[in-house]
Design a protein around this ligand. Structure first.
Ligand code: GAF
Length: 377
């Protein structure tokens, strides 16, 4: 990573007005529950996206990215509309659009969050740009409002029907904590989360299988959940309690929709159970719930893939307390709660499992619950 400030000087030949950084996130537990008005428990990671920005007086927007060398996205602020520009540039241009920001700017971005690995590189990008524009143009938006607006960027400008978890984690999480977001109540609560104090680490295994959320399977899962809620006559699947599931499944009388609903309903329950287990430092129980969540995500939500399942199995076989697919699914990364003195063995177990199966070599790294978005220069 060369840093956004250097990329800015190189591209535009002058100094930016400021540099803002926003983190990716690991979702500890609570997958696809956010757009079902449910509970999620992500934490911000040290890997982040930087945006170096300078205001321009002429309404022009120019953006370059260290991850897309040689490309300069250019558009006038009055011309912004969904789909224009598209690709990675939409995640930047859609931010002033959603923030009702009328000013032009030059921006350079650089990131250490792997793209397409389920660690929310897109929210990191939107939130870094959003925080910067909010300050540079005195927009006066709270972080909670910035999270709402950047979700609008993703939903209405980029066209990906995601929930609001990733922006909340990137903008509101803090070091040493996970953040519980209750979407129906629209409340957030910081939950102390520091596995290192218990001699544990969160190991990420990026399967290198890439996913996107704009089309295909993510959208299909969301449609299934909404259809299940509609047939059950509830506003969202959050209204269904675990005890109501057998009756709900009888009413749905459809195997696919029953499985989707079962994942969402039991996942909400698990998020609460993980928060309770963290409060009393019952790490074995946290681990067991993560693994249960993986089984539900794999079998009921059918959102995993062979490579991530293999990583989960290898991690558990090597002594992880729990392991699961994290993020939007259909590829991406597994996370595992691993005793620190077992991390090396866990990495070796995954590497040999991948080599035996001739999967692409995975990337593995430890993540720490880190600070949310902030100005860095
Ligand atoms: C992606 C989405 F952006 C989130 O809103 C969430 O739905 C997640 O997938 C699945 O839990 O990260």
């Amino acid at each position: 990573m060369i840093g956004a400030a250097s990329a800015f000087r190189k591209a535009f030949g002058y100094d930016p007005d400021g540099v803002w950084a926003a983190p990716g996130r690991v979702n500890l537990i609570g997958e696809h529950t956010d757009y079902n008005e449910g509970l999620v428990l992500p934490f911000a990671i040290a890997e982040r996206t930087e945006a170096a920005i300078a205001a321009r007086p002429d309404g022009r927007i120019r953006v370059c990215s260290a991850q897309n060398p040689g490309e300069l996205v250019e558009v006038d602020v009055t011309e912004l509309e969904p789909g224009r520009p598209d690709g990675w540039g939409a995640y930047v241009a859609g931010v002033p659009w959603a923030l009702d920001c009328a000013g032009g700017f030059d921006a350079a971005v650089d990131s250490s969050v792997p793209v397409g690995s389920g660690l929310s590189s897109s929210a990191a990008l939107m939130c870094a740009v959003g925080l910067g524009l909010n300050e540079l143009f005195d927009l006066g938006l709270s972080r909670r409002e910035l999270a709402r607006r950047t979700q609008r960027t993703e939903n209405d400008y980029v066209g990906a029907p995601t929930g609001g978890m990733d922006q909340i984690a990137s903008l509101l999480a803090t070091r040493g904590h996970a953040i519980m977001f209750d979407v129906r109540a629209d409340t957030t609560e910081l939950v102390p989360f520091d596995p290192s104090k218990a001699g544990l680490a969160v190991l990420v295994v990026d399967s290198m299988v890439r996913h996107g959320h704009a089309g295909g399977e993510y959208r299909d899962r969301r449609a299934d959940c909404e259809e299940a809620a509609r047939r059950l006559g509830v506003h969202s699947l959050r209204e269904v309690a675990v005890a109501d599931l057998p009756a709900a499944e009888r009413q749905l009388d459809n195997e696919r929709l029953s499985k989707r609903a079962r994942h969402i309903v039991t996942e909400n329950e698990r998020v609460g159970q993980v928060a309770a287990a963290l409060a009393t430092s019952r790490w074995d129980q946290v681990g067991a719930l993560l693994t249960e969540a993986h089984v539900s995500y794999r079998d009921d939500f059918e959102a995993s893939c062979e490579e991530v399942d293999a990583a989960v199995e290898a991690l558990l076989g090597a002594g992880a307390l729990g392991a699961r697919l994290t993020g939007g699914g259909f590829g991406g990364a597994a996370i595992a709660l691993v005793p620190i003195d077992t991390v090396a063995a866990a990495r070796t177990a995954v590497a040999s499992r991948y080599a035996e199966a001739s999967y692409q070599e995975p990337t593995m790294f430890i993540v720490e619950p880190s600070e949310g978005a902030q100005r860095i220069a």
